[in-house]
Design a protein around this ligand. Structure first.
Ligand code: ZN
Length: 192
């Protein structure tokens, strides 16, 4: 059991290191220098580490590699920053239907408005760009997104759940295929 001064020392040390390690939140930055900007668009293009910018949890959507961005930056009345952003986000997705992983480059377009004060030398757009990308991430990724043929792609539109129309069978299925057809191949043992 630590005596009080040791406990206080430990708490202070932890707070100190927390302050240093987590003072800045995000590790990725997209910095725009404000000097010389005006109403004429200035083009800024570069890359930012995708994993550091998006900080996605391990899930069906992962960002692998660098996000390329091209920003058209304008400054009005020396305080209103308007940024037309175009980004290409390299994603690794998992198809919701067949569970296959595939690569996809997600294009994102966004307009960012930011009020800036006169004494600022530069602004960091990382957080706003992150939000724009997150809003554009596919919610239910499917192979078709990357022009891939999905194993479980439903061509007929009826998900093959109804039996195909057969003589004597009243079925609503539009296709000739059915997921239930596999049952026809099962050999039923003769009744005792
Ligand atoms: Zn698929």
């Amino acid at each position: 059991m630590p005596i009080p001064w040791q406990a206080a020392f430990l708490a202070n040390t932890l707070a100190f290191w927390n302050g240093i390690l987590y003072a800045d939140g995000m590790s990725a930055h997209v910095l725009i220098k404000l000097e010389g900007l005006n109403e004429e668009p200035t083009i800024v293009s570069d890359c930012v580490n995708g994993e550091e910018l998006l900080e996605l949890d391990q899930g069906d959507v992962q960002c692998k590699g660098s996000i390329r961005y091209e920003l058209s930056v304008r400054l009005y009345s020396e305080k209103e920053l308007v940024v037309d952003a175009q980004l290409n986000v390299p994603l690794k997705l998992r198809c919701e239907r067949c569970l296959r992983e595939f690569d996809y480059s997600l294009p994102v377009k966004a307009v960012i408005n930011r009020e800036v004060s006169a004494e600022l030398l530069e602004v960091d757009l990382a957080e706003q760009l992150r939000e724009e990308i997150l809003l554009n991430l596919p919610t239910y990724p499917k192979c078709e997104l990357a022009d891939l043929q999905c194993e479980n792609h439903d061509i007929s539109g009826d998900f093959g759940l109804d039996k195909a129309p057969l003589p004597g069978v009243n079925s609503a299925a539009a296709s000739e295929r059915s997921v239930w057809d596999v049952l026809d191949t099962i050999n039923t043992p003769p009744a005792p």
